[in-house]
Every structure is written in structure tokens, then in C-alpha cells.
Write a protein that binds this ligand. Structure first.
Ligand SMILES: [Cu+2]
Length: 136
């Protein structure tokens, strides 16, 4: 049993333990001429301490940011969220009209059914890969 556990530890990626649980991760498809995409997902923090997202990287996009949509004077505006903290046990929804991933300048046109990968960097220096599926 102890040996099995040791093997598991050795097999874990060098970047550290996966910290957050991602579900329902998707990208809204848009025509190739549109230079941005929005990504949505549900994030759950099962750990006993808060986790902050400090950076997002992807080979599939020139840059990735977390944005918050808000209405101001009847206009839709988006504010960057440079550090998003997820409290212990909390669940955060990135959904149309609210928080979202802003995916800038896709390296390839997107098509429904395709997958794009994003690397998420946390305040403790660890990283986690997120996979999003392109939907209509
Ligand atoms: Cu945005």
C-alpha cells in the first residue's frame, strides 16, 4: 500500500498537485474573421485554503485574461480581473453576461467540437491545464 502511494506521488507532474476542479468548460465559436473568443466554465476549489489565479497562458491564443462584464450607462463593458481568488470550498461560474475567459487572437480558426488548452498559473507557483471544447 505504501509502495503504491509512493508510486502515485512519483507519477504526479512536477508542476504540483491539481488544485481546482473544472467542469463544463467551453468556448463560444465565432467566424474566423473575429479576433477574440469567450470561454466559460465552472471552477470549484475543494481545498481548505484559498487559491488565486495569477496568470493564464495558451499556445492557441496570443493572450488569455479573465474579464468581468458589467453594464454602465446602458453599455456593456468588460473589466480585466488580474487576480481571481477562489475561497475554500467555493464554486465560481464563468458564464455568458458575467465572468469569462477572454481569448485573444486564436492561432487557428475554431470549429465546434475542437479542444483548446490553457495553462493556469496559481499564486503558489503551481500550474494546471484546462481543456475547453468549442461549441456553436
Ligand atoms: Cu472580455
Amino acid at each position: 500500500m505504501q509502495r503504491f502511494f509512493l508510486l502515485l506521488v512519483l507519477l504526479l507532474p512536477a508542476t504540483g498537485f491539481a488544485q481546482l476542479e473544472f467542469s463544463d468548460a467551453w468556448i463560444k465559436n465565432l467566424p474566423a474573421a473575429v479576433p477574440v473568443r469567450a470561454g466559460y466554465l465552472t471552477i470549484h476549489n475543494p481545498r481548505s485554503r484559498a487559491v488565486s489565479i495569477v496568470a493564464l497562458h495558451s499556445e492557441a491564443f496570443a493572450s488569455v485574461e479573465i474579464h468581468q462584464t458589467r453594464m454602465q450607462d446602458g453599455m456593456m463593458r468588460m473589466d480585466p480581473v488580474p487576480n481571481m481568488t477562489i475561497a475554500p470550498g467555493a464554486t465560481v461560474h464563468l458564464a455568458p453576461g458575467g465572468l469569462h475567459l477572454m481569448l485573444m487572437q486564436p492561432a487557428q480558426p475554431t470549429r465546434p467540437g475542437e479542444v483548446r488548452r490553457i495553462t493556469i498559473e496559481f499564486d503558489d507557483g503551481s500550474m494546471q491545464t484546462l481543456e475547453l471544447t468549442v461549441r456553436k
